[in-house]
Design a protein around this ligand. Structure first.
Ligand code: MOS
Length: 738
């Protein structure tokens, strides 16, 4: 169904934008229920050891202090079953304060509660912890961790044909090892929880990408029936994966609030964003790619080692996208985790694919260069007709068009392939290209739509908007289906009491909510027509099939002068409102087609060898993500992802002191991210071809796609400018000096 509005695709402003810029949007830490007390964490200063003693007398003697808790006196906190399938997965499997063991610097070793924030913080600094060192030295780097703990295999591997034999027989080959640095999500809004018990019920105000996952986890970890837990997250200031799974501060706040019989607020300091709430782990990837002289890929091997913690396993699935991107008969993909004395890593924007495509798309560039083939031409010769692993047709795949459109806009034909050959005054230009790809998922979702007496449509769903535009996209879909102007649509999200919706992960929310919201909007429209045509209704006796909604007014087809507004209809029926639900499941065509998003990135860097200055000056990105629902919020997603990718390529690195295992740059002064001055001109094009198998409107998803491949495009441009192949991110200037 399509209305005259044609609002799908329009770049309308965020419907919650005014609330955000005027400060009316309340984030988790903005909640101050009566009786609120403040908790503050005490974090381990050692990365490995045992807690010998904890002296709390001084802290407890401070005014306002309500208590100090640690492994010796914390009220019961159980383990999460950590089952991905049921959605009960937490960031760190080991519950806080389980025993006296310390596995990483930054681990919670105690927590203080006091009547003011300042008292809690001051008291936390007076808690004195004495540690007994473990006999084993701290292992916080790949080399030391491999030596101390070895490697773990947990699946995600793949094999086709005989990659070793094909490699041996191939004419042209590249064997190169790439590393990517640990990165921290650093959302602007810090992780924070306000936990409020009312009798046996608990309400959490939390900054989370997964309302329902968190509700499940809290129920299990505190031994509370599920229906007694409510999670609220109406506004979230970014997450990037760091808020996808629940971390320890949330369950600590809940446990303390129950113990004290008062609401408790606990937030995670900026410095502990580096240790206590996940990060993108260090990866080491060996790529062996081989082709024949005609430029046909013969063998690809992609072997990943990534660091994990000693308290949980998180695998960075770098080779996942390698299984799908190119046609190659002989393939080997392996993943190994190496436990280290670091906080547990987690999903970070395009987990696996962002570091994975850095390695793969650089190796492909190196191979094309060895073949003296244009890197785009090389890719076009090796793109698969069918999804290579399952031999399924693509639901929709316009990757060649991405390269063609991008080439034209970027001016790729003018590129001289010789490194260092394109000068502009004192600067040397480097032009690089890479492909982008991310999966396209759709999960189960329910939504409710309700026409109200004031003429508005209220649409609610138990998902959350982490800043990406979910509120606005839902409003647009409901407007398109009902023909109500978007100003008369109220979207309510961020509360587990609403019909259950998806977590904000995997770039799945838009495709997941659309079918449920559209169905709810259609169902409530039909319900409205039914009551309008009942015996006492304002259109009694008319055939509901002859009714339609036009700008929110019911119109009778056989006599267009016969029209009733929604408030008139409800009032005549003595109804305060009328509502209906819509439900949808996973994509019914998921087994028939292969679903992925694609893109092509082109980057220009400028290298000034005299000043040793490297800048990214221009990016062209062409994306094939199905139909775009909102041109403005979609563009914001890609701008953010490209900049995040620029940071990953040139700047971002969470540095662990190898001796102590402590994060050295746990603050915004030392952890470098791109600023406005680093921001290049970004020319983003959405091909906007609806995916015919993704569901109504044909949207796939764009949250993560933009950061896949951009790292390689920039790194390839750096090579083109400087002649140096830097395979270890970030490419800081000193790696370019002789
Ligand atoms: Mo995203 S890393 O799936 O939040």
């Amino acid at each position: 169904m399509s209305s005259a509005l044609n609002i799908i695709g329009q770049g309308i402003n965020r419907v919650e934008g005014r609330a955000k810029v005027t400060g009316r949007a309340n984030y988790a830490a903005d909640n101050h229920p009566p009786g609120l007390v403040y908790a503050f964490g005490v974090h381990s200063t050692v990365a490995s050891g045992r807690i010998a003693t904890i002296a709390t007398e001084e802290a407890r003697a401070l005014p306002g202090v309500l208590g100090v808790w640690h492994h010796g006196n914390i009220p019961p906190i159980f383990r999460s079953p950590n089952d991905h399938g049921s959605g009960t997965k937490v960031g760190e499997a080991r519950p806080p304060f389980e025993d006296d063991r310390v596995y990483y610097a930054g681990q919670y070793v105690a927590v203080v509660a006091a009547t003011t924030f300042e008292q809690a913080r001051a008291a936390a600094q007076l808690v004195s912890v004495r540690y007994e060192d473990e006999p084993d030295p701290v292992a916080a780097t790949m080399e030391s961790a491999l030596a101390a703990h070895g490697e773990i295999s947990r699946g995600g591997d793949a094999r086709r044909g005989d990659p070793e034999a094909a490699w041996d027989a191939a004419a042209v080959k590249i064997d190169a090892t790439y590393t990517t640095a640990p990165e921290v999500h650093h959302p602007l809004e810090l992780h924070a929880t306000v936990a409020v018990w009312q009798g046996d019920d608990v309400v959490l105000h939390d900054s989370t990408q997964s309302l329902n996952g968190e509700r499940n986890a809290i129920a299990k970890m505190l031994g509370v029936p599920l229906e007694r837990v409510t999670v609220k997250a109406p506004y979230i200031g970014g997450g990037f994966g760091g808020k996808l799974f629940m971390w320890n501060h949330t369950v600590i706040a809940c446990a303390l609030a129950r113990e004290l019989g008062r609401p408790v607020k606990l937030y995670v300091e900026r410095r502990h964003q580096s240790t206590s709430v996940g990060h993108r782990p260090f990866t080491r990837q060996r790529l062996r790619v081989a082709a024949d002289e005609a430029g046909k890929l013969l063998s690809v091997r992609h072997e990943t080692h990534s660091l994990t913690s000693l308290v949980d396993e998180f695998q960075e699935g770098c080779g996942g996208v390698t299984r799908a991107l190119y046609e190659v008969a002989n393939l080997g993909v392996t993943h190994r985790m190496v436990p280290a004395n670091i906080g547990t890593p987690t999903s970070m924007r395009a987990p696996g694919a962002a570091p994975g495509l850095f390695a793969l798309e650089c190796a492909v560039d190196e191979l094309a260069q060895a073949l003296r083939l244009d890197p785009i031409e090389f890719r076009l010769r090796n793109l698969p007709e069918l999804e290579p692993e399952r031999k399924l047709p693509w639901s929709s795949n316009h990757l060649p068009e991405c390269f063609a459109v991008g080439s034209a806009r970027f001016g790729w034909a003018r590129r001289d392939p010789a490194p260092g050959s394109m000068r502009d005054g004192s600067e040397i230009l480097g032009w690089g290209v890479a492909g982008a790809s991310w999966g396209a998922h759709r999960g189960p979702c329910a939504a409710r739509a309700e026409f109200r007496l004031d003429g508005t449509l209220r649409v609610s769903c138990g998902t959350q908007d982490i800043g990406t535009g979910t509120y606005t996209v839902i409003a647009q879909v409901a407007a398109e289906v009902t023909s109500l102007p978007v100003e008369r649509i109220t979207v309510v999200l961020g509360d587990t009491r609403l019909p259950p919706g998806p977590n904000s992960g995997g770039s799945q929310v838009t495709a997941t909510v659309i079918p449920a919201v559209a169905e709810a909007a259609r169902n409530v429209t039909q319900a409205l027509f039914r009551v309008a045509t009942r015996r006492n209704g304002p259109l009694a006796g008319k055939d509901p099939k002859q009714l339609s909604l036009l700008g929110g007014v019911i119109v009778y087809a056989e006599d267009p002068t016969l029209r009733r507004t929604i408030p008139e209809t409800l009032a005549a029926c003595r109804l305060g409102s009328i509502d209906a639900e819509g439900r949808s499941g996973p994509n019914p065509e998921a087994q028939k087609y292969a679903f992925r998003c694609f893109g092509a990135h082109f980057a220009e860097v400028r290298w000034d060898p005299g000043l040793a200055r490297l800048r990214v000056s221009r990016i062209v990105s062409v994306l094939d993500a199905g139909r775009i629902i909102n041109a403005k919020t979609a563009l914001s997603q890609i701008h953010g992802a490209l900049l995040m990718g620029l940071g990953m390529t040139l700047m971002e690195e969470s540095v662990y002191d190898p001796r102590t295992g402590r994060v050295v740059n746990d603050n915004f002064a030392d952890y470098h991210i791109p600023t406005h001055a680093d921001t290049p001109e970004m020319d983003v094009v959405f091909l906007d071809h609806p995916d015919p198998h993704m569901g109504e409107f044909g949207a796939r998803g764009i949250g993560e796609l933009g950061i896949t491949g951009i790292t390689a495009a920039i790194a390839n441009a750096v090579h083109h400018a400087t002649g140096k192949r830097v395979r270890d991110l970030p490419i800081v200037t000193e790696k370019l000096l002789d």
